[in-house]
Design a protein around this ligand. Structure first.
Ligand SMILES: [Fe+2]
Ligand SMILES: [Fe+2]
Length: 398
């Protein structure tokens, strides 16, 4: 395992964790205490650009290539399997929905009327809802980062940009499907007239420039456990923004969020299938990877988000999402429990002693997280109000 320590400076994490456990008072019990800054250059040569896109939040010790090189063969040998089991889960482009199917048609005579209807419907949605929807949209818009992340993974990366392997085709086609999510939400929000698009666009630029720190170590075992978790997390959160839009009477927006959620579900099916296959081939290696990812906590893809003004923007957005029930600490525990069941982790046999300990750890973890969360909820006080530049500086309770 190659361990690249980019700086020896370590310090305590800030107020909220940059992990995927949504902000709640349980955070102090669920996070590691030490983190390391990513920057290595002496301060006199650190230029403005580097400063801008160096994480203002904590990033971890950067570990690379942790999968033993001989295991690359597992993935090379699975290329045929990926052909029949992954590529079949993609939807043909001609049968796929496109953002335009849900938006006023700017080439039609009825455009103005359709636009007025959209704006009338969106008037019923509260500011706090827009904060969450904008945060979800920005998360989707940082898609270049997620494609990069998949292409860091040893044995499955797209080596050329047009590689004919099934793994590479999957990654490109997955990206192409996902690309519609940010496009659709972005255009809807623009047309709604309810949000400050310039601030949102700045946030997207900052976020893509900052990247992400998923701690997947170029290791496809870790990478596909991460994506299994994340696709389910986005399925849940888009499903909840659909439910809330419906409650506020915007049925068209409910349909938009529900349609995106259905894509996330299909992608979850694909990534959980890969991990299921890894359990079949290498149960010990896979359970240890699952334990490793859960001990590190799943960091949310947009955790390095800023609008250039609020360095705690991601935590503030997450706190609103938690309060509205769009994505909560309970969801985190539910996803974990779902994955334990999906991969039959409790019934795994033939494990080493270390593997059995990892099995025990992940099987007990959902109950542990829930217990901590219940205690945290009992202690929780009403959050403060914070301004969000995305809605012209208006304040929303966290
Ligand atoms: Fe998505
Ligand atoms: Fe997704």
């Amino acid at each position: 395992m190659a361990l690249k320590l980019t700086s020896s400076l370590s310090f305590q994490s800030q107020k909220y964790p940059c992990f995927g456990v949504p902000p709640s008072t349980s955070k102090t019990n669920l996070r590691s205490s030490k983190i390391v800054m990513a920057s290595t250059l002496p301060s006199n040569v650190v230029g403005d650009v580097k400063k801008t896109f160096s994480p203002k939040h904590d990033v971890h010790v950067q570990v690379t290539h942790s999968m033993p090189p001989q295991k690359v063969e597992i993935f090379k040998n699975l290329d045929g399997w990926a052909d029949t089991n992954l590529l079949t889960l993609l939807k043909p482009v001609e049968k796929s929905w496109q953002p335009q199917d849900f938006l006023p048609d700017s080439a039609s005579e009825g455009f103005n009327e359709q636009l007025l209807e959209l704006r009338k419907r969106s008037k019923e949605l509260p500011d706090e809802y827009f904060v969450v929807l904008v945060g979800d949209m920005i998360t989707e818009e940082a898609l270049p980062t997620y494609q990069t992340m998949l292409n860091t993974l040893d044995g499955v990366r797209d080596e050329t940009g047009a590689s004919p392997t099934s793994w590479a085709i999957w990654t490109r086609a997955w990206t192409a499907e996902e690309n519609r999510h940010g496009d659709l939400l972005n255009k809807y929000l623009y047309l709604s007239g309810r949000v400050d698009m310039r601030q949102i666009e700045k946030t997207i630029q900052y976020l893509i420039g900052s990247g992400m720190d998923p701690r997947t170590e170029n290791n496809p075992y870790l990478g596909f456990i991460y994506t299994s978790f994340q696709e389910r997390a986005t399925f849940i959160s888009h499903g909840n923004t659909a439910r809330l839009a419906k409650e506020h009477g915007d049925l068209k927006l409910a349909q938009i969020c529900g349609t995106i959620a259905a894509d996330e579900k299909r992608h979850e099916t694909a990534y959980t299938k890969i991990v299921e296959k890894l359990y079949e081939i290498d149960p010990d290696g896979t359970i240890l990877a699952f334990e490793d990812m859960m001990k590190k906590k799943i960091s949310m893809p947009a955790h390095l988000m800023t609008d250039g003004e609020d360095d705690n923007l991601f935590d503030n957005f997450s706190a609103v999402a938690q309060r509205l029930g769009v994505y909560t600490a309970k969801d985190y525990a539910d996803i974990l429990e779902f994955l334990v069941g999906r991969w039959n982790v409790e019934k795994l046999t033939g494990l080493s002693g270390e593997g059995r300990r990892a099995q025990d750890y992940v099987c007990r973890l959902p109950a542990r997280i829930r217990k901590l969360e219940e205690r945290a909820q009992a202690r929780a006080k009403e959050g403060p109000k914070k301004p969000f530049s995305w809605i012209f500086g208006r304040e929303v309770r966290l």
